[in-house]
Every structure is written in structure tokens, then in C-alpha cells.
Ligand binder design. Structure first.
Ligand SMILES: C[S@@+](CC[C@H](N)C(=O)[O-])C[C@H]1O[C@@H](n2cnc3c(N)ncnc32)[C@H](O)[C@@H]1O
Length: 306
């Protein structure tokens, strides 16, 4: 019975993708023409909720961007708060999360298809559960984008979490009226992304593509502030002390080469120690969820490092 319940899910989801499957197949080759992007409506801003998003730190980050630079690089792009705010002319955005990067590509290259799909998706727990289970990696970038944005808007707290088999496993968020399709913002983001290169790669590869005069903003997963948090678990296949030390070395190499760097991280003592020599540290205030309870938000100090 369980298996039977699982199988029709794909069929019902497929039938709810009217613009995606038959539409895309029929119009291949003409897709560029269909993408009529409205000229000035909507402002580019993160189209995803992203844990650790930097929107509230923008007033501190913006003045630390050099007034002149070659290419803008953001190797932990996540929701891209600084990129969308600053809108550099030439940019390389990357992240280790392949579905995230395919989502950016879908929005950049096929925004009208993404909007068409998202507008057809209902806010409904059963549909959410069907979406969670599909084998999305076999779909087009536009479909991956619609999938990612839908789950991000309707899943609990906008979290992105997968199990060992890379299956998204965040519960339904049960929000009253989530905005599933913000078409104007998506079109504005597509315009902002038009001349960007989008790469799925780990942060250290940035060394191979930067030139003197470029600017790199690194916003890695933070070193946890509290020693009681799950830092050890975090390091397993994730981002632990070895990666933080490697990141510091990458930043050092880039600086020596004449590349401007800016990093953000928590104000944990180990971060002060890592960047104590040869870097300039500034402490800035940010409002963050400081424990796992919804009410546990507070003002914490974070570090901006150059
Ligand atoms: C703190 S978030 C970035 C938030 C982003 N600045 C924003 O405003 O939304 C960290 C990002 O690093 C990515 N990441 C984790 N390990 C990585 C690695 N080794 N190389 C590149 N990206 C990685 C995660 O997928 C996540 O998107």
C-alpha cells in the first residue's frame, strides 16, 4: 500500500507541470523569444530564504567593497544577498550545492518557464510531499529552480536539508499565505544574473579564476559560537575547522596576489585566532537566531575580515 501510494506521486506531479514538460519540448529553440522580461518592475533581491543570509549586514558590507575592481566573486553564494544588492557588472557566483546553482541557472536562462511552473503549484501539504519525493536532478534547470523555490517558500523556515541519499527532508511549513511566485522579483533577479558565470564548485577553486584587482566576498557556514553546539557533527562531510583553516589560507594567497577579499564569520575565539595575523578584523552587530527556539533571537557580534 505504501509503495502504491508512493508511485502515483510522480504521475500526479507530472500532470501538474503543464508548462514545463510538453511546453518546453515543443518550444525548444524558440525559448529565448518567449522570455519577455518587463523592463523596470521589481527589485533584485534574494528570491530564496537562506539560513545565514546577509541582508541585515548589507550596510556594513557595502562600504567595504572596493570602489574599483575587476570581477566580483562570491564562492559561498547561498541566497546571494550582497550580490543582488550590489549588482556588479561582471561576476562569478558559486556554491557547493548543485541544485542551488542549477536554480540560479534556471532563473537566469528560463525565468518565464520558472514563473509558469511556480504559478501552477498549489499551496497544499500533499503536493508539497509529492514535490519532496521527486527525482529532481533528472529535470531541466527551470524545473529544478521551480522545485527549489517552491520547497523553500512552503517548507519549514525555508530550510534546505537533505538526507544521506540527497533527498530533501524538511517538513511542511504550514504558513497561511506564502508567496510562492514573486514574478517581478524573479524577473529582476534574471536581469541581475544575465552576465554572471554560475559554477557548482568548492570555495578553494576560486584561486584558479581570480586575477589581481578582482574582489572576492566569502560568506562560509559560520564557526558556531557555542562550544556545546554540534560542531563535531558539522565537520563530518560539512564545514569544519580544517575547511576554515583552508579558507584562511586561500584568503591569504589571494591577498598576496593583489585580490581584494572580504570575509564574514562569527566572533568565536577560534576565528580571531585564525585571522589574527595579516588580516584586519571589524566587529559588527547582527540580529540572529541564537538558539533553536523561535523566540531565541538576539543581537550577536559577527566579524568582517579583510
Ligand atoms: C552562510 S551561507 C551563504 C549565505 C549567503 N551569503 C546569503 O546571503 O544568503 C553558506 C553557503 O556555503 C555553501 N557551502 C558549504 N560548503 C561549501 C564549500 N565547501 N564550497 C562552497 N560552498 C559551500 C552552502 O551551500 C551555503 O549556501
Amino acid at each position: 500500500m505504501l509503495q502504491q501510494a508512493a508511485r502515483p506521486q510522480r504521475i500526479s506531479l507530472r500532470s501538474s507541470l503543464p508548462t514545463a514538460r510538453p511546453g518546453l519540448a515543443r518550444t525548444r529553440g524558440k525559448e529565448q523569444k518567449r522570455e519577455v522580461i518587463a523592463p523596470e518592475r521589481g527589485k533584485a533581491k534574494p528570491f530564496l530564504k537562506w539560513v545565514g543570509g546577509k541582508r541585515q549586514l548589507l550596510p556594513e558590507l557595502e562600504p567595504r567593497i572596493p570602489s574599483h575592481y575587476g570581477t566580483y566573486h562570491e564562492p559561498f553564494v547561498g541566497g546571494g544577498a550582497l550580490f543582488f544588492h550590489h549588482q556588479p557588472r561582471r561576476a562569478v557566483l558559486s556554491d557547493a550545492n548543485e541544485r542551488l546553482i542549477r536554480t540560479y541557472r534556471g532563473v537566469r536562462d528560463k525565468v518565464e518557464d520558472v514563473i509558469g511552473l511556480l504559478s501552477s503549484y498549489p499551496h497544499d501539504r500533499d503536493f508539497f510531499l509529492e514535490m519532496r519525493g521527486i527525482d529532481v536532478d533528472r529535470r531541466s534547470d527551470a524545473e529544478v529552480a521551480a522545485w527549489f523555490i517552491y520547497l523553500n517558500r512552503t517548507g519549514f523556515n525555508g530550510l534546505y536539508r537533505v538526507n544521506r541519499s540527497n533527498i530533501y527532508n524538511v517538513p511542511f511549513g504550514d504558513y497561511d499565505n506564502p508567496v510562492i511566485c514573486d514574478a517581478d522579483t524573479l524577473r529582476a533577479c534574471a536581469r541581475a544574473l544575465r552576465h554572471t558565470e554560475l559554477l557548482c564548485t568548492s570555495f578553494e577553486t576560486v584561486v584558479d579564476r581570480t586575477r589581481p584587482g578582482d574582489f572576492v566576498y566569502f560568506d562560509p557556514p559560520y564557526v558556531p559560537l557555542s562550544p556545546s553546539s554540534n560542531f563535531t557533527a558539522y565537520t563530518r562531510g560539512g564545514f569544519g575547522m580544517a575547511e576554515h583553516a583552508q579558507l584562511r589560507d586561500v584568503a591569504r594567497t589571494l591577498k598576496a596576489r593583489g585580490v581584494s577579499v572580504l570575509l564574514s564569520n562569527s566572533s568565536a575565539p577560534v576565528v580571531h585566532a585564525l585571522y589574527g595575523d595579516g588580516f584586519e578584523l571589524a566587529s559588527v552587530g547582527a540580529t540572529r537566531a541564537v538558539n533553536c527556539k523561535a523566540a531565541g533571537r538576539g543581537r550577536v557580534q559577527e566579524l568582517l575580515i579583510r
